[in-house]
Every structure is written in structure tokens, then in C-alpha cells.
Design a protein around this ligand. Structure first.
Ligand code: ZN
Length: 272
């Protein structure tokens, strides 16, 4: 039985919504200038940048350059992506093939990556590492994460091992010294005080779990979302899925709206 579509927009409605969503000041995908872009008149529905003379379509603007999908399919795809729908749902609702669905999900993730905040964080952060995948199939990777107790900021990254160097490197990239780091009693964290961090250790073996709850919740959510939507992923592709999860986690209030994701993709840094 075919599942009921959560939203159903027509091709013209999809075009209209995507177009009006971008707003008046359209950034040129090539030179990212805003003032010089205008719509071409007549049959040609594309945009034109008067500065670099680059012509581009709405599809290009929302991050679907060279795609054969129509706007209705793009709209539904963005909806599926934001609402954690599986590839099977995309196939059922848009009529594309499995490889196309995967390719386009991957395209969205790549487009969203530049929008993740990379500034150093300050405050109180709970840090931990987590094993993703199975050792016996040689598909295991270690992800390190840092999250604050209000769940407004989240940083995730694949680290090569749980050695002191890897963990300290992660902290150095993402968190400002003088911040408070909460961790378990794993030995790789013991020297981070020398890097300028305040350090709070919570020893799980003594039955204390209260402080590290936020990061444990993140791991739970991450693993559930992967299993539900994709069932199985390869460790080479893991960074891509981390981008998706971080985006959805931080923008959780708006991610269900396909136009919100489209707007994010529009703001992507110039591709040439
Ligand atoms: Zn331009």
C-alpha cells in the first residue's frame, strides 16, 4: 500500500514557494554578489548576474545544479529530508530511484555543511566519545562530541582513536580554553587542565551519571536516527551523516519546513 503523502504541492506551487522563499536579494552562485542579480524576461525563467554575466536557474540556486528532478520532486525531497524520512519514502513519494534518492540526500548534506557554525565555543560542555558501527564487520568509527546542557550547540567529529592527542586536538579546535569540560573518568582527559580548561570528572564506576546525561542523550538520538532512516551506513560516509545530524539537532525547530532547508542551501558559499 502506498503511504499517504504528508504534503502535496503542485509543480507551479513548488516553484512559486521556492522562488518567493529566496527573497528579493538573490546571491549570485558564482560571485555571491547580491545587487546585480535580476530575472531574465520572456520565456527564459533563469536569473542573470550583471556583474559576472552568469546565468543560472532556480534549481542551481537551491543547490540542485544539473539535477533532472522537477521542482515538485525537489520540494518533496527537502520535506522528506527534514522530516527524517527514509529513502523508501522518497521513492514512494517522488518516484525517483534509490540511487537518485541517496545522491540527492548526499547533495543536501554537502550543501548544509558550510552552514554549521565553526567558531570556538565557550561555556560548560559535556564531552564524550562513542563507537559507531560494528567492529566485526570492520565498519567501526569513533565519534567525539561536545554539547552544552541547554542543547543549543553541538559539535561532532570522527576521531582516529581515543588517545590523549586526538581528544585534546578535538577540544582545541572546537572549545575555547577557560571553558568548563565535563567528562567521564577516562584517562585521556586527565591532562586537559594544562590546556587551560576547567575540568569536572564524573566517575561512572562510582555510580555517578548525572552530569554526562546531555551527551548520552545525543548518542541515543544519533544512533536511533541512523537506524530508523538509513538502517546501515558505511564509516567512510559517517562525517556526512554527522553534518546532517548536527544541522537537524541545532535547527530542530525549523528543520521540518522544506523551505527553511531550501533557504539554507541558497546561502551556500560560491562554488567557483
Ligand atoms: Zn555574479
Amino acid at each position: 500500500m502506498k503511504k499517504r503523502l504528508l504534503i502535496n504541492v503542485s509543480e507551479s506551487k513548488a516553484i512559486k514557494d521556492l522562488r518567493s522563499n529566496i527573497g528579493k536579494h538573490i546571491p549570485c552562485p558564482k560571485c555571491s554578489r547580491k545587487k546585480y542579480v535580476r530575472r531574465l524576461k520572456g520565456k527564459d525563467k533563469r536569473y542573470f548576474c550583471a556583474k559576472c554575466r552568469y546565468k543560472f536557474s532556480l534549481k542551481n540556486l537551491v543547490g540542485f545544479k544539473y539535477s533532472n528532478l522537477n521542482y515538485k520532486q525537489i520540494y518533496h525531497l527537502l520535506h522528506c529530508f527534514g522530516n527524517n524520512k527514509s529513502h523508501q519514502d522518497v521513492i514512494d513519494w517522488t518516484g525517483v530511484s534509490y540511487p537518485t534518492s541517496r545522491l540527492n540526500y548526499s547533495r543536501i548534506r554537502t550543501g548544509l555543511k558550510p552552514h554549521l557554525d565553526t567558531d570556538k565555543l565557550t561555556g560548560k560542555f559535556v564531552c564524550d566519545e562513542c563507537f559507531v558501527g560494528k567492529q566485526k564487520t570492520n565498519n567501526q568509527a569513533i565519534v567525539m562530541g561536545a554539547v552544552d546542557s541547554t542543547f543549543t550547540n553541538l559539535r561532532l567529529e570522527v576521531i582516529p582513536d581515543r588517545e590523549q592527542d586526538s581528544i585534546e586536538k578535538f577540544l582545541e579546535i572546537h572549545i575555547e580554553p577557560t571553558s568548563l569540560i565535563v567528562s567521564d573518568a577516562f584517562s585521556s582527559y586527565f591532562d586537559i587542565g594544562f590546556m587551560g580548561y576547567n575540568h569536572l570528572i564524573e566517575n561512572h564506576s562510582k555510580g555517578r551519571f548525572q552530569e554526562t546525561v546531555p551527551i548520552e542523550r545525543v548518542w541515543g538520538l544519533f544512533k536511533t536516527s541512523i537506524t530508523r532512516s538509513y538502517h546501515h551506513i558505511h564509516k567512510e560516509k559517517l562525517p556526512e551523516y554527522l553534518v546532517e545530524f548536527q544541522f537537524k539537532f541545532i535547527h530542530r525547530k525549523y528543520r521540518r519546513n522544506p523551505l527553511y532547508i531550501a533557504k539554507m542551501l541558497t546561502k551556500t558559499v560560491p562554488d567557483c
